[in-house]
Design a protein around this ligand. Structure first.
Ligand code: PGA
Length: 253
């Protein structure tokens, strides 16, 4: 682990789970379990309403707080939306952008991913940009093509300096919340493909510095195998990040 070229990142995506009270209880249990975990960056992304409470509960620890989405404008008449500035005000350092559930249920496109990513970077947030194919796309042998479209559409307009600050998450849609994890080999193959896309669009150095997280049914019992792959630099964890013990076990892979 010590000779890894890239520092691992373990991020939890709480989705539409937990009130402020539940968030505080999580951190109370979670903090002591990861107090000595210096080998990776730790991120928790609660729902908007629990962000400030989570940031408060994480204060003084190495745990970073992230939003699950944001709007690209600074402010304006956008009912229901939250800006990067508001996320920062609530204590965030990270933001998840382009999660497949946003793409599937809320009309997220490569174009909105591009705008949000740019706005996040301009505000000083670290975006965790998600890409990944559906089952139908994988079965039609279109995985690489979809990843290319999402990668280039979402990140193609970034400057080299901007690109060096992002985190990427490969999340095959068929593995999210299904209990069906991609095998370490399948995930590593996709990560390798993404790294090639990064090298083609930016430079080889930038591609090799890019941290690519795997997401989709990551659990304490499969994290080790995933992290053993050279191209897998971390995990974006949904369901298993809701429980302090199981998320800590993943952090401490
Ligand atoms: P899961 O979700 O771990 O519950 O499969 C992953 C994600 O959607 O980020």
């Amino acid at each position: 682990m010590e000779n890894r070229a890239r520092r691992p990142v373990i991020a939890g995506n709480w989705k539409m789970f937990k009130t402020r009270l539940e968030a505080r209880a999580f951190f109370e249990a979670f903090r002591p379990l990861v107090a000595e975990s210096k080998h990776c960056d730790i991120v928790v992304a609660p729902p908007f309403t629990a962000l400030a409470a989570a940031a408060e509960a994480a204060r003084g620890s190495a745990i970073g707080i992230g939003g699950q989405d944001m709007h690209w404008e600074r402010e304006g008449a956008f009912t229901g939306a939250i800006s990067a500035r508001m996320l920062i005000d609530a204590g965030c350092r990270y933001v998840i952008i382009g999660h497949s559930e946003r793409r599937q249920y809320f009309g997220e496109t490569d174009e909105t991913v591009a705008r949000k990513t740019k706005a996040a970077l301009e505000s000083g947030l670290t975006p965790i940009v998600c890409v990944g194919e559906t089952l139908a796309e994988r079965e039609a042998d279109r995985t690489n093509e979809i990843l290319k479209r999402q990668f280039e559409g979402g990140l193609g307009a970034l400057t080299a300096a901007e690109f060096s600050r992002i985190l990427l998450a490969y999340e095959p849609v068929w593995a999210i919340g299904t209990g069906r994890t991609a095998t370490p080999e399948i995930a590593a193959e996709a990560h390798g493909h993404i790294r090639k896309l990064a090298a083609a669009l930016f430079t080889l150095e930038q591609a090799s510095a890019l941290r690519i997280l795997y997401g989709g049914s990551v659990r304490p019992d499969n994290i080790k195998g995933l992290m053993a792959q050279a191209d897998i630099d971390g995990a974006l964890v949904g369901g298993a990040s809701l429980d302090a013990k199981s998320f800590a076990a993943i952090v401490n892979f």
